[in-house]
Design a protein around this ligand. Sequence first.
Ligand code: SAH
Ligand code: SF4
Ligand code: F3S
Length: 564
Amino acid sequence: MSERQTWVAQAMRLRSMAEPAAALPRVHPAVAEFRPGSYETPSFFVWTLGCQMNQSDSEEMAGQLLAVGCERAAAMESADLIVINTCAVREHAEAKVIGRQGRLAELKRANPGLRVVLTGCGVRESERSGLVKRFPAVDMFLRPDEEPELALRLGLVSAQAPVGLRSTATAATTVLSGRPVSAADNLAHNRATALAEGRIARSSNVSAWLPVVYGCDKTCTYCIVPFARGPERSRPFDEIVAEARSIAAAGARELTLLGQNVNSYGHDLPAEERFGHICTERSSGRKLDLQGRPDLAELMRTIDAIPGPAGKPAIPRLRFITSHPWDLSDRLIDVMAQLPSVCEHLHLPIQSGNDEMLRRMGRQYTVRHYRERLAKIRAAVPGIAISTDIIVGFCGESEFQFQATLGLLEELRFDTVFAAAYSPRPGTPALAMADDVPAAVKRRRLNELLARQEGVGLALNEAWLGRDVEVLVDQITPPRRRIEIDDSDAEELDMPLSAIPTLEGSAGERSVALAGRTRHNKLVHLAGDPDLVGHPVRVHIEHAGPFALRGRLVDAPDEPDALA
Ligand code: SAH
Ligand code: SF4
Ligand code: F3S
């Protein structure tokens, strides 16, 4: 542990001993110091871009701020503190935030006490010196592994003066390929502390995120994630299970295990006698000694076994994302087939349908290998829904190679495809290759691919017509707005507005447009009482679009298992 980290850990410990989170006064003296005189309590707004891991990280940051007495603001405009949790996977994701700098500067003029903190994958050690220029409205930058220090660095936790407005101070980093990157080392420990102190503000009581492995060790040449997130670090097995138990006790109906490569969980943990029966081999990629170490399959078995009512799993829906073909082991396929709680959906990015492109992308598997894994899981879990990621227009991609990807869509028939045009990212190995597919060709290929997938997605969704499905309602559909599946530029849009149910002819007076997911991760629109949000309901599917289904509420039993 570095000197700074030791100091931080001590400050946190002393603080937690002296003033347990629950006993904190609503206005902490340090808050006044941070915002001299302007407001009694700084209210905060967290803007989260990117993947589920960012959403989970934002829950931790919000939890820290709530624990020291800050309050949530309803919108960015009314906040005293704005935390922007960035994504950097494509240039467009970063451009979104750069494009907001003018607006943020305006807000700061109107509210001189406003502070803006930028966190997430946009804060990379190797480019730290250029951050202030790119994000002029930002006061403080925190790498993903520095996020646990947010409240501390704002001076909200310790009685120390606020550190780091315009801060470029850094904690320890890891070096990857000769360059400093985020360190994932402390994240597991920090999560444990945050849990122990009740500092995680989950955005939903129904569907919970649970990070199990941080960072990425893979070799994809186009990807910035390993540089932004550092190497893979697994959380201790028992800690994850304990967190799952507390999530179950809080009444969650769905739990998603998270990792950039969630299925590589455990390879970096010590071998233990109790895991002696585990001897998995990687199905592709770099070989590792996995003997006797916990793996994702073991973790899911243990979480599935947490008892609920009538001896069924306490958490009825268990998901995991994102899996890498290197680690799609037979053990994992077995648990997907055997465990009642594990949902019938797998996200398995393929990226390209051509082996030479896969080689250049550093994916270290072949189309044949992917095909074999997919056949195996489809045989084990009949009807399983499969989603994937595809990049078009990567360095040197010929028309022939692109056509191979298109052909694969017809052959492998994915339920959902998240596709994006290749976007060169700073510091990645692919920068050594020519980004030689013209922008117009990338665009055309992307459109062609999405159009081809629409047909496949529609046909697969039509197979659900006339069936009753269990939908876990998770939102009231915002009126007259397209719904984005995520906040990246690879968003998949759901069905056209005309297909979203309206209030007319709907079930009951209080009826509104609702949406939720099936176990197969199908988005379903329905009309019903707003109180159904957070509950599993049975829906009769009456309409299928390429990206979503629409149906009629059949019943909404109190007991979710009644729908099984
Ligand atoms: N760890 C996950 C993906 C994380 S990034 C995995 O390997 O599957 C999510 C997706 O963004 C990737 O699957 C890839 O399709 C896409 N992506 C990553 N870098 C990109 C880049 N430079 N340009 C375009 N798309 C990219
Ligand atoms: Fe990026 Fe590849 Fe790691 Fe996924 S596996 S995060 S695409 S480097
Ligand atoms: Fe996620 Fe984007 Fe970072 S996809 S890991 S937030 S680069």
